[in-house]
Design a protein around this ligand. Structure first.
Ligand code: CO
Length: 167
């Protein structure tokens, strides 16, 4: 099976992704495919809705030398720090646009790995950032939904062009 990236405006990206019921070989194959697309596109995170799959699966690799290559199935962010910080985000589904987003600095996230083993991860820095961005995708949110309206307005014509990239 071959998957393609979808972009701002795509319906799956706007929807709430379905939990994965059975973690089997087909899920592992999706994860492999997601990594392949993420690396090819030089991203550091990807959520299944970005390849038009409404399933709760994310992959991240912050590529910062800390071994933060993690795939999570049915991820849940259980705790957010009170402390927040701004950081410039981008998204493979919103190419060419970057903007500062304010998010909690640290999180506690749980989920299942490709073998069905439950994981709980305390994340800070870039990893916490990417996890929050990717889990947002599972609930139909893009980072541009989390910036001020007046800043989003500045991207209006670019967003129109991006919408047309959907096949
Ligand atoms: Co994204």
């Amino acid at each position: 099976m071959s998957y393609n990236l979808v972009f701002y405006g795509n319906e799956t990206l706007k929807g709430i992704a379905e939990p994965v019921e059975n973690i089997d070989g087909s899920v592992a194959a999706i994860i492999d495919e997601m990594y392949e697309i993420m690396y090819r596109e030089r991203g550091i995170g990807l959520a299944a809705p970005q390849i038009d799959l409404g399933r709760r699966i994310i992959v991240v690799d912050t590529q910062d030398g800390n071994g933060n290559k993690i795939a999570l199935i049915n991820p849940v962010i259980k705790e957010f720090s009170d402390r927040t910080n701004p950081f410039e985000e981008g998204c493979l589904s919103v190419p060419g646009i970057n903007a500062d987003v304010i998010r909690p600095s640290e999180i506690l996230i749980s989920g299942f790995d490709r073998n069905g083993k439950e994981l709980e991860i305390e994340a800070r820095g870039l990893l916490a950032r990417v996890f929050q961005h990717e889990v947002d995708h599972l609930d139909g949110f893009l980072f541009i939904d989390r910036i001020d309206n007046y800043i989003r307005e500045e991207f209006r014509s670019e967003l129109k062009k991006i919408k047309k990239m959907n096949r």
